[in-house]
Write a protein that binds this ligand. Structure first.
Ligand code: TYC
Length: 104
């Protein structure tokens, strides 16, 4: 019997408990003042989206009120959200992103 087969045949309570790390969504919020070009720039610079993806995400936020920029570990999500909000602030735009835990 292979190691894998014997592992898979073990009762549930004897298997090591492996837990996936919690993941976090960075969500961009709409406002009436931030220029569309600036939002596209932020999505390309901070989230490494292509020009096409950045435009699609920006339009989704504009039309629906919010959209995900990407899913990350807690640290990375908080860093990217801070970078968005800081870049907006120093450029005098009201653009805001928030971080939300993903429950599965
Ligand atoms: N609604 C903005 C405008 O009409 C554009 C915009 C898009 C602002 C996405 C924020 O997260 C945002 N200029």
């Amino acid at each position: 019997m292979s190691d894998i087969a014997s592992f898979e045949n073990k009762p549930q309570e004897l298997k090591p408990k492996t837990k996936k790390p919690p993941m976090f969504d960075v969500i961009l919020l709409n406002d009436d003042f931030t220029p569309m070009d600036f939002v596209v720039y932020v999505l390309k610079e901070i989230f490494n989206h292509t020009d096409q993806a950045a435009n699609e995400i920006m339009l989704k936020v504009h039309n629906e009120g919010q959209a995900s920029c990407g899913i990350f570990s807690k640290d990375l999500a908080e860093t990217k959200s801070y970078e968005v909000n800081n870049l907006a602030k120093i450029n005098d735009h009201p653009l805001i992103s928030i971080v939300k835990p993903i429950y599965d």
